[in-house]
Design a binder for this molecule. Structure first.
Ligand code: 26Q
Length: 777
């Protein structure tokens, strides 16, 4: 701590002068960002290198993840250094508003929850002085940028996040490793990103691999004047880390994806073997004594056979290598939906990483010998989740209910054989970004009330409980109102939609997927719209429904849902009959930075997946910590949110897991459609021309009511849960009118939020899985 802000300002000016020949006042936001980033990197360099030295001999953990959704780093880095406000003031004194950096694009090297979780974990580990390093891939293009066309359809644009530079990483070419494929060998070049702890000197490292060719240019081809062929190897190597796969929850096998996963696995393990030898000598039998590796889902699961391969290359036999791998790795599962599990056809896998397939076969033989009935390979397909359960120390789910489902369903057979292997680690979010940074107004109020720096110790939030009184509620309501006004400005500018901060802000922000049931939300809005027009809801409190979501580009139904919501939004927003009661806005390009504006302004957090489908959810936690009440099912972490805050402070609806399991085979979607005239009318708008319709919307209609040849109707129980959803939705609307009673519920949520700090989560990983201790210097 105690960083010298005046120096950082001076260095920024110097950087601007010699790299761009501009003054502070002349610099573009991008130039300013580059220069300030460089200056901060200089300021932290001593602490960064001391942090590395301090842990050289210690037991350490490594997070292996194909995704890190770190978002915009400039504000969070200054925040964690404790100098954001002072830097703002210093720049302001020079006539420069640091708010111009809002133009800087997010680093979106992740799809959604899983990638953002990885980023929160890194923040928490650094802040808790835990020796955790991240390994990942430095995609040239992150998750696509989204816009909507005239029809309301999603359009994707490339996200060239580093086109103006990337001041937050250092290229460490001296630590480059080679990764071999049958037809070529590529270089994996590391880029190190500092992970700055909050309220500590400690700085951890995220190491991202970028693929490059061994020979940039084939001189033989070049001399033959075949210039395109001369670049073949370069392109072929760089292709591997060219782009993040945007899939979410439906799995698709792709050659390039195998290559990505193998580069992540092999490069990271080679790097670890190198550092192990430097720190602990050449006796690799002690590898697992010093290193623990956490697999963020199965995306890096090729690390298991790859570590075995590398150890055998060093002369170790298969059994010992297997045992070391088994003691090194632990595996976190993030989904129970079978269509989302990675299953690689062996011939495809073998054509890209043949030696890995050989080792997977050996592991499979050992498994089938030891535990007949269990398998990794079935029908010539490698089941990566099974591999990860077999060759790991611990397996965990990400919320209590999810971990239970893993034991009861997905890994039932495995749980019988390895009962002690299964754990739960309920997700969390970093309170620095998701409270301190995005909601300084609320943070300041809480600091004043409970004293001390609760962002380092979220348990302090509980102190609030006995203190909640009308006065505090009024203060909270005023802050919420202020955050709504700020969001209105952002939405007016980005979406050209005018919102009224007196409305209820009802928010559903998350990836677009059928199981998340954005369609159910939309249908309920259409239903409310018709009822308002009929004068059926006289006491309805004006509400804006805010959506933010990206669909995987190839996911036709998800894209149809986006189009449908945009079309009903247009209809409703243009209808003067409801303009003082109802608005709908689907924001474009929902990302981390947008989330930081939307979440603090929310009154209602929609978490409406059918019970048993959402592993945890983490947006639900961010919204809770900012004082939104949850309108949700008993799914994922909602269960624990309601437990912590009390059912009376949430709006819980819908069938439980047990009830869904009991109903799923017998329930008849069309029967509900035929009897519920309101829902009937809303569903018909998918096809009856009330809003512009198309074949994909018609397909949605039939998927709800009739199913298709390969599956039942209404796979995600929209009709089954609809009545109780609508009931809860109208109840929360009614309750909002009592501003004091409602504000109290919001505060009860904040006061009950301590469990959902990722500091708690990461400490549990450290204690119960990795067995690592804080390292301070
Ligand atoms: C798979 C194959 C090919 C290409 C991409 C993928 C792919 C990529 C990302 C598959 C899944 C994902 C992301 C999954 C995800 O974000 N899961 C979420 O993880 C959160 C953190 O644990 C949970 O809170 C959410 O409930 C869960 O949906």
């Amino acid at each position: 701590m105690s960083y010298n802000c005046t120096n950082i300002l001076k260095w920024t000016e110097a950087q601007l002068k010699y790299t761009y020949d501009v003054t502070l006042q002349e610099a573009t936001p991008q130039e300013l960002h580059e220069a300030l980033g460089e200056a901060v990197m200089m300021a932290i360099s001593d602490n960064w290198s001391s942090s590395k030295k301090a842990r050289l001999q210690q037991r350490k953990a490594y997070y292996f993840s194909a995704e890190y959704l770190i978002g915009r780093l400039v504000y969070s880095n200054l925040y964690n250094l404790g100098i954001l406000d002072e830097m703002k003031q210093l720049f302001a004194a020079q006539g420069v508003d640091l708010a111009v950096l809002e133009d800087i694009e997010d680093a979106a090297l992740g799809n959604g929850g899983l990638g953002r979780l990885a980023a929160c974990f890194l923040d928490s580990a650094a802040s808790c002085d835990l020796p955790l390093s991240g390994y990942g891939l430095r995609y040239k293009f992150g998750l696509f940028k989204q816009s909507f066309d005239e029809q309301g359809s999603q359009k994707e644009n490339a996200d060239d996040w580093s086109k103006y530079g990337d001041p937050w990483s250092y290229r460490r070419y001296n630590h480059t490793v080679k990764v071999k494929f049958p037809d070529h060998t590529v270089l994996a070049v590391p880029y190190d990103v500092p992970i700055i702890g909050y309220g500590t000197h400690n700085i951890n490292t995220l190491r991202l691999w970028q693929c490059e060719a061994e020979e940039e240019l084939d001189f033989n081809a070049f001399n033959d004047q075949d210039y395109l062929r001369a670049l073949d190897q370069k392109n072929k190597a760089e292709d591997i880390t060219r782009v993040l796969y945007p899939n979410d929850s439906t799995w698709e096998g792709k050659r390039l994806r195998i290559k990505q996963q193998y580069v992540l696995s092999s490069a990271s393990l080679q790097d670890m073997l190198r550092t192990f030898k430097t720190a602990h000598g050449n006796d690799l039998s002690r590898f697992a004594d010093y290193y623990a590796v956490q697999l963020n889902d199965t995306h890096p699961a090729m690390s298991i056979p790859e570590l075995i391969r590398l150890l055998m290359e060093e002369g170790m036999d298969f059994e010992q290598s297997f045992s070391i791998a088994q003691r090194t790795f632990s595996y976190t599962n993030h989904t129970v939906m079978s269509e989302a599990l990675e299953k690689w056809p062996l011939d495809l896998l073998g054509s890209v990483v043949p030696e890995i397939v050989d080792i997977i076969r050996r592991i499979d033989e050992k498994l089938k010998w030891e535990h007949p009935g269990l398998y990794i390979i079935k029908d010539n397909t490698a089941h990566m989740a099974n591999l990860s359960v077999y060759v790991s120390t611990y397996v965990n789910g990400v919320a209590e209910i999810h971990s239970q489902i893993l034991k009861d369903d997905l890994f039932r057979d495995w749980y019988q054989v390895f009962p002690d292997r299964f754990q739960n680690k309920t997700n969390g979010v970093t309170p620095r970004r998701w409270m301190g940074l995005c909601n300084p107004e609320l943070t300041q109020m809480l600091k004043y009330r409970i004293g001390g720096d609760f962002l380092k110790d979220l348990d302090k939030l509980a102190d609030l409980k006995p203190m909640i009184d009308d006065d505090m509620v009024r203060q909270f309501n005023a802050i919420k109102r202020q955050k709504k006004e700020q969001l209105c400005k952002v939405i007016a500018e980005k979406e050209d939609v005018q919102l009224n901060p007196d409305f209820i802000f009802d928010v559903q922000v998350k990836r677009l997927h059928e199981y998340k049931r954005q369609l159910m939300n939309a249908l309920s809005i259409v239903d409310i719209y018709f009822r308002l027009k009929n004068g059926e809801l006289p006491d309805f409190h004006p509400t804006v429904y805010i959506f933010g979501a990206k669909s995987a580009p190839g996911y036709a139904r998800a894209k149809a849902i986006i189009r449908y919501i945009n079309r009903i939004a247009k209809m409703i927003n243009n209808d003067p009959a409801v303009s003082d009661k109802l608005k709908v806005v689907f924001v474009q390009n929902y990302n981390c930075s947008y989330a930081e504006h939307i979440i603090p302004a929310a009154d209602i957090s929609e978490q409406i997946s059918p019970a048993g489908t959402e592993a945890s959810g983490t947006g639900n936690m961010k919204l809770m910590l900012n004082g939104a009440v949850t309108l949700g099912t008993l799914d994922g972490a909602n269960v624990e949110i309601a437990q912590e805050a009390g059912m009376e402070n949430e709006y819980i609806f819908g069938h439980t897991v047990e009830q869904i399991n009991a109903a799923k085979d017998s329930y008849y979607a069309r029967g509900i459609y035929d009897t519920d005239s309101h829902l009937h009318r809303a569903i018909d708008t998918l096809v009856d021309g009330t809003v512009p319709t198309d074949d994909a919307q018609k397909e949605l209609y039939h998927a709800l009511l009739d199913g298709a040849s390969w599956h039942k109707a209404d796979n995600y129980f929209v009709l089954l849960d609809y009545a109780s959803y609508m009931d809860a939705k109208l109840r929360v609307n009614h309750d909002y009118a009592d501003r004091l009673a409602f504000g109290r519920k919001c505060l009860e949520n904040i006061a009950s939020g301590s469990k959902f700090s990722s500091d708690r989560t990461i400490r549990q990983y450290a204690d119960e899985i990795w067995h690592i201790k804080p390292v301070r210097f």
